[in-house]
Design a protein around this ligand. Structure first.
Ligand code: BGC
Length: 474
């Protein structure tokens, strides 16, 4: 392993790695664009189809439901047909779904388009990071995975910008349809790329594995091939579901699912999706004022703060970033909750712009987004992709990712109804309370994984007290 690290320290970045980088950024961008775009499109959609609150929630959140199914299928799919074809399928679905949305004659066809796009998002959210992790040399792997989160946040920002540009007039069809452009770009990028050397080897296609390695590791192909063969050897028996849920791996599975769920139930997508409505309630009365607040206070801050995590995740570690972020999130959510209590009590506001409480809400939301973006946003994905042992990695990542989408769906489906029932103030207080629970849970259960090789992490679970009795075979 150490010789591998030494050899890779000299690996040049070949043009193939740029291609892989392009794939991962574009896949993240599509994920983010489809998450973010709906916030600005809702006004126009509501006008065109005059739909109920419940239908608005369905149109918003069923992308997530499709993604949940897509993520569950993606682990097995990318083992069977390969990472490249799984990404290609996701890109084709994105393109088709975007066109169905853009030309939808009624609300239900629009929902069908959202489901198709969602399925693509879900497949890509498992297959693309897996593809990048297996294509990247060890020393660049962290950066490649964070590159995915950077793509997501940039996609959300782009969606907000386009929403803002197209906000005059009801051009929601164009807002949704435009995502066909990066989707086609993803097809163009992935087609000439090869599948990963690791996948070829697990399929017994040694020659293909070697020529794929030649492209990404031209300097030390032979050595890389020998290492890969040694590491794939123990893996020819891909473990089944029983192994994934076995006592031996209970801890990484619980941690993976727990982190995935906490990333969502602390409110991020309620804010990403419904930002305009939140700013409207906080007293930003013109649609232009709302979209500007959303684009810059949420979208741009999200992109910039992600760069903090990219810079520090390998220096400071995963746990300190997560804990610091959760402190910022709990405090800012509490402030938003209190502000909404004042706003609703004083019956603001249909004229004269945002009140003081509205402006404080804006500032608190900026703090919330920044805190999420340097912590739970990228770090949860990093940890999920490194804690599972090799023989269950695909399925483990797939389950944790599906849990993430499942909770994202719950939040976005019921956010507006929750606001109707317990008010904005109660809803944000609830997110704040869940952030405190997440803080305590992470403090107690998460071991630090910074600086450990994947093999170390695997061994760490096996060395835990009680583990030997639970699983003598492993
Ligand atoms: C989350 C998404 C969220 C995005 C916001 C990602 O890490 O998984 O659900 O929309 O961050 O930047």
């Amino acid at each position: 392993m150490s010789s591998q690290t030494e050899a890779q320290a000299h690996t040049p970045i070949t043009k193939w790695l740029f291609l892989v980088g392009g794939v991962i950024l574009t896949a993240g961008l599509l994920f983010g664009y489809d998450q973010g775009v709906i916030s600005g499109a809702l006004v126009g959609i509501e006008k065109s189809f005059s739909v109920s609150t419940f239908m608005v929630e369905i149109i918003t959140s069923w992308v997530t439901l499709g993604a949940l199914v897509g993520a569950l299928v993606a682990g097995i799919l990318s083992d069977k047909v390969g990472r490249k074809k799984a990404v290609l399928l996701a890109a084709v679905l994105f393109t088709f779904g975007a066109l169905v949305e853009a030309f939808a004659p009624g609300a239900w066809v629009l929902v069908a388009g959202r489901l198709i796009v969602g399925f693509g998002v879900g497949v890509a959210s498992v297959a693309a990071p897996l593809y990048a992790a297996e294509m990247a040399p060890t020393r660049l792997r962290g950066r490649f995975v964070s590159g995915y989160q950077f793509g997501i946040t940039f996609g959300i920002f782009l969606a907000y910008l386009i929403d803002e540009l197209l906000s005059s007039g009801d051009r929601w069809r164009l807002m949704l349809g435009i995502s066909a452009v990066p989707a086609v770009l993803l097809i163009v990028l992935i087609l000439p790329s090869s599948d990963t050397p690791r996948w070829f080897l697990t399929k017994g296609r040694r020659a293909d594995a070697e020529s794929a390695l030649e492209r990404i590791r031209p300097d030390d192909t032979a050595q890389a091939m020998a290492e890969l063969e040694a590491s794939v050897e123990g893996e020819t028996e891909q473990a089944g579901w029983a192994e994934v849920f076995s006592q031996t791996w209970r801890r990484p599975l619980t941690i993976g699912i727990g982190l995935a769920v906490f990333q969502q139930v602390t409110g991020i997508n309620a804010i990403i999706y419904y930002a305009n409505k939140i700013f409207a309630a906080a007293g930003f009365i013109t649609p232009q004022g709302q979209t500007a607040a959303t684009t810059w206070a949420i979208g741009a801050v999200n992109v910039l703060a992600t760069l903090i995590a990219v810079a520090f995740v390998d220096k400071l570690g995963r746990k300190p970033l997560l804990l610091a972020g959760l402190v910022g999130m709990s405090v800012s959510l509490t402030v938003v909750g209190v502000c909404f209590w004042f706003i609703n009590r004083s019956g603001t506001t249909t004229t004269g712009g945002p009140s003081d409480a509205g402006l404080i809400t804006l500032v608190a939301l900026v703090v919330y987004i920044a805190s999420f973006a340097f912590s739970l946003g990228p770090v949860v994905w990093t940890v999920i992709n490194e804690i599972f042992p090799r023989n269950i990695r695909g399925r483990g990542v797939s389950i944790a990712t599906a849990a993430n989408w499942g909770s994202a769906w719950l939040v976005s489906q019921f956010f507006l109804s929750l606001v109707d029932t317990i008010g904005e103030s109660g809803t944000f207080m609830l997110f704040a309370a869940l952030s405190v629970v997440a803080f305590i849970w992470i403090l107690k259960v998460l071991p630090e994984t910074r600086g450990r090789s994947l093999e170390d992490i695997e061994q760490m679970w096996l060395d835990e007290p009680g583990q030997a009795a639970a699983s003598p075979a492993s």
